[in-house]
Write a protein that binds this ligand. Structure first.
Ligand SMILES: [Zn+2]
Length: 136
């Protein structure tokens, strides 16, 4: 089963043009943030996590850390306590992307996170590099 999936992936990758830079292939949806009372709702949170191909829980934890607030997820939305504008959230998503998604060696987003003992690594599917991202 897993082998089939890998074959499919290999095929998908081999169809990609060789010279396409990360900018051509990778775009993160812009965070859509609305103020509801004293809370801020990231309406397209699920969409962002999906585009980044990361665990929504991991992304949520990061956002809560950066904003130093509490929050909950509800389906594809994320609710934060306090007022945060879209620009703030977009910046945080960008920091997250650079740290946990983009390969520091080749600059591509074709990565996944691997845990090895207590450390987390960013494993790149494009160039094979494995970069430490600390205790994530
Ligand atoms: Zn790479």
């Amino acid at each position: 089963m897993e082998k089939d999936y890998k074959t499919m992936l290999d095929r998908a990758y081999s169809k990609l043009p060789e010279d396409s830079g990360p900018a051509d292939r990778f775009s993160i949806p812009r965070a859509d943030v609305r103020q509801v009372g004293r809370r801020s709702v990231i309406v397209n949170f699920g969409e962002i996590a999906e585009a980044l191909r990361r665990d929504p829980e991991h992304l949520m934890k990061f956002i809560l850390n950066e904003t130093a607030t509490r929050g909950t997820r509800d389906g594809g939305r994320a609710m934060l306590q306090g007022k945060f504008n879209a620009e703030t959230i977009r910046n945080i998503v960008e920091i997250y992307t650079n740290r946990y998604v983009i390969c520091p060696v080749c600059g591509r987003p074709d990565t996944h996170m691997v845990k090895d003992r207590r450390l987390t690594f960013l494993q790149c599917d494009a160039c094979g590099a494995r970069s430490s991202i600390g205790k994530a």
